[in-house]
Design a protein. Sequence first.
Lengths: 242, 636, 300
Amino acid sequence: MLNFFQARIRHGYQAIPDPLTVGIDSAFPGLPELAEDADLTLLNELCPTKAFEDDGLDLGRCIFCGLCSRKYPEMVTFTPNYKMAADSRQKLIMAPGQRTLPRMDFVLPRQFRYSFALRSVSAAGCNACEMELGASNNVNFDISRYGVDIVASPRHADALILTGPISHNMADALSETWHAIPEPKYLILCGTCAISGGLFAGSEAIDRAFLKHWQPCLYIPGCPAHPLSIISAIVSIMRGSK
Amino acid sequence: MSIGILILFIALIPALWKRSDYFVILWILGSSFLAYEYMEVLYSRSVQDFILVMPPPVGSVSIALNKLSAFFGVIFALGLPVGMFYGHFYLKEHPIDALRSHLFWLGVMGLSMHCLLWIRHSLIFLMFWELMSLSSFFCVLFSKRSNREAGLNYLITMQVGAAFLIAGFAMAYNQSGTFDFSGFEKMNTLPMYLILIGFAFKAGIFPFASWLPQAHPVAPAHVSGIMSSMLVKTGFYGILLIISINPFSLLEIGFFCLVFSISAFWAVCHLLSERNLKRVLAYSTVENVGIAGLGVCAGLLGLQANLPNMAMLGFTGAFLHLFFHSIFKAQLFYSSGNILSATGTLDIDEMGALAKRMPYTAVMTLIGIMAISALPLTNGFISEFTIFKAMFEAPAAAHLSQLMPGLMILAVLAFIGALAIIAFIRIYAIVFLGSPRSAAAENACELRRGLRLPIAVLSLAILLPGILPNIALRFVKPLIRWFGLDMKHFAFLQFQALQISYVYLILLVLFAVFYIVRKLLVKEKRGATWACAYPRVTPRMQSSSITYIQPLAYFLKPFMYKKSRRVKEEEVFATKVEYDEQHLDAVWEIIVRPVSKAISRFLLLFSRIHNGKTNSYIAWGLAFLVILLVWVVGFR
Amino acid sequence: MINILSIIFFPLLFMGIIHRVKAIMVGRKGKSLWQNQRDFFKLLQKDEVLSQSATIISRMAPALSLAATITAALFVPFLSTKAVLSFRGDFILVMYLFTLSKGIMALAAMDSGSSFQGMGTSRELSFTAFLEPAFFLIIAALILSVGAGSLSAIFALQNVVSAGIWNVFASLFIAIALYIILLVESCRVPFDDPATHLELTMIHEVMVLDYSGFSLAVIHYTGALKIFIYASLISHLIIPPYSSAVWYLLVLAIVYIFTGVLESLMARFRMNRNLELVLVPLSIAMLTLTILLVLNTGVW
């Protein structure tokens, strides 16, 4: 027991004071910026997930590998801006010259302002997003200070946070979990695989029919989504983005 | 004589003509008259008194009712007609060939139970006692071959008990010179204990209670209900008869405490591991008799330690418990009869989700379960509350040796109460809740009204004294006064009962408020049970009856006598694994069975005498008579 | 009355103390003190999803459980030492009201027919089977030393400080036994981990696995009220009679803080060890009773 207190005193207070405004290392690949004259077809050939197909860089398909920014640094740069969430699929597309994502209109009803329970479903991804989601509840990032909690039973949850591209085997389980959540309920997609299938898009092993029926309210891009992205995204739908 | 008894006697006539409806009507009529007479004896001072003069050696037989008999009489007069009513409809569901004899013996059993209370002469009492055992034996048989072994066990055990009674009565006659019950005052130790043991056989007290879990499950529901709720009470009536006129020393009281505690504890341990619904209820009868006995012990302790409050509370609790037990035990047995009629089985591991299929029975059984677990709002709570209050008066005792038994009973009672709650929640949950475990449970449906009405009446009788305990207390008051216990404290108890009623009012109001708020505010949706989205959930994945008590089995292992059978192939991936567990009655298996086997083997030695020739039997009889003559008369 | 206001406002607030203590012990920012109340109000506005096999028992159980716990709380002294209701021998009713609340929740848990429920219910009921006799023996011991009749009088009059060294020991033991009873009944570490809902620690949490919305809010509040009742009893046991409410609040806060510290330092014990530990209040109660018997009845 004394070891515990020794360690505690030595570690000190490790929580980040304000995760919503803290700065991040400049090497972090956050929000990408396209130059005005960026050649989208050239970049698209390079991109593993073909994220440049629509008129801009689709954050829902980008896996933040950095191939494009290393080959054509004048066309694409990844800024260390971790606030990348959007409340509709269209808003995730960064047009050339766009410097920020459009404002989120969606805000949760008043009762969720200080208390929001998430149920995490891990639908056959690489587990990096799950680890980051778990990390967002650790001592450093600590999303629980905003009243967000990850619960085990979907009956206790308000939202389902989905990570992973949804394989065949997980499709039924995901649907059952969703139906077990009481109203009002929300769907949050976390990570590129959840939003578009990521690297696995188009594979025969995945079954994304679930997302055709149910409209998500929040998209958090990233591969994996950084805890700070997750926290800022969830808090902005709870309390409204400034 | 008594009109009621006369009508009950006449009721035997339609029984012989297989007219069970007139039989029931006459029973209800007769019981109402009897109830009126008993109440008259209880509340007024008149004691019905006849003296029947019969030739010696019987002498004069006094037929009278004192307050104790009247109290038990009311219990019988209220419970028997309900039982007969239920039996009428039950027999319609499960018809048998020998209806005539079954109804006849049913009538005789009820009649002899009532007559027992009037008789104050030991020989005639014994006669009716034997009549009661015999008639209940025939009722248990129910013309089924499979009931034969249990029925014979029951009959033989009752005869052994009667043997003790005969011995005790004979010694009491030797000592006091009269057959009348007044000769039982201040008996010597040996006859008193013989009589107590004889009555203990009937009342179901460890170690004489092994017949209960064997006879009750095989008997039809109305018979087991009547037996469990009233027949065993006749045994307790006998015990109370002896206790009310004999003093006991502290050592003896401590010994009684021990016996009742062990009896209740033994019963609870078996309760927890049983799969047959009626066996559970039978063991529960033993446990409740133990609890009533502990109440009596508390009363005796109070008298011994000069604590009038404790004495009054102890005896009141015991009487209330006997009265309430007969109500909720009968209700539960009739419910189990309904379950048997609906599903065809008594094995709880084959039931499940009956609440959706038999909603009325489910709700009423819930009330019965709450009563037997002594949860608030039911009458079971009132009687256990009174007994607990008696125990908590113990710290006022002056001497340590008077205090210790009281505290010991307290701990034992609380523990047994907790275990009983676990056991009955287990029963209710596995039978009524969850999903059906077999096709029989799936196809169950609610039964006809005739089978539900007696249970509804009894449920009302559970809730009414539960919420307004003063009703029952007013009923017990004359008996307490007759026992010579403290009436000032009784008035205080009645006042506290009123306070409890107010508390219940608050509880019910709060409950209604919360429930109505929920009903108004909340929109419900139905979904599948959350099982972590496992796709192939089957009903067999629910808890079974054994898994439910597994944590408790950790403590109770030394008290449970278990035989298990395990079959497992020795392969790495075994395809055949079987495990079977049987919890057996230690007293029966270790003591009674070997003894009876030894007796049979000993008697087989005489098999050469059974040669079928009448002449040799007469010769043997003659030889025995000659030897007897020589022994008695002596060589002169 | 003050006690009724305490029943309404304090339980969830004091549960917040446990969260804060755990957060401080680990060095994180943690949930705020008001988090439980915020969760409660959010849950009140959610709908419910009920299992196919659920009967009316699932619907009425949280309401009955809460009604029983609040009725029991009316007998307990909180901020003011006079409880709302009291009569001689009311502790029996209190204990049985707790049992009613636990029993009906156990039945409701078995209602949904999943395999988790039976496991959790059986464990929870087995643990608490031994607490009833322990509680009654504790009350008997206190009656022996104080001589009063009703729950509030016993605890309000109990004096630790004066009346001899053995009485101090006895009161200390009783406080420890009551604290263990608190831990078991409110399902905290080391008997059950309220934070996880995994199979390893599924005892109380599994009984509420199938509840949502209003019922869940009610269940959380009932749990908080139960721990508040036991903590109040311990607090009144320790502080001298007729002292001011400030001392009561202080000791109450210390009890909660201690629970939080215990939860941060320990993990849940192995199930068999838990079963052994549950006997501890009973043995402490018997020990204390013996001490007080020897002292008061003057045999030796």
